[in-house]
Design a protein around this ligand. Structure first.
Ligand code: SF4
Ligand code: SF4
Length: 69
């Protein structure tokens, strides 16, 4: 079974800067209510751009099993 990379938010230190939302090519992460980023793992293609720009280092890429979708 092939593993795929998906975004995961870790910790509570998101500063709601919106950097992740601006770089994501799939609209898989967005800041809700100006408070905290929220992810949609089904849309994420695992490019890692959000993790690269996050100033609070609360985004990690996780290896997951291939979905059956
Ligand atoms: S890894 Fe890429 S596709 Fe997934 S949420 Fe981050 S920027 Fe978007
Ligand atoms: S880039 Fe990081 S700190 Fe900024 S909104 Fe996204 S998760 Fe939060």
């Amino acid at each position: 079974m092939a593993a795929v990379r998906r975004i995961a938010l870790v910790g509570e230190e998101c500063v709601a800067c919106g950097c992740c939302e601006r770089v994501c090519p799939r609209q898989a992460v967005a800041v809700l209510h100006g408070v905290r980023a929220k992810v949609d793992g089904a849309r994420c293609v695992g490019c890692g751009m959000c993790a690269a720009v996050c100033p609070a280092a609360v985004i990690r890429m996780e290896e997951r099993g291939e979905s059956h979708a």
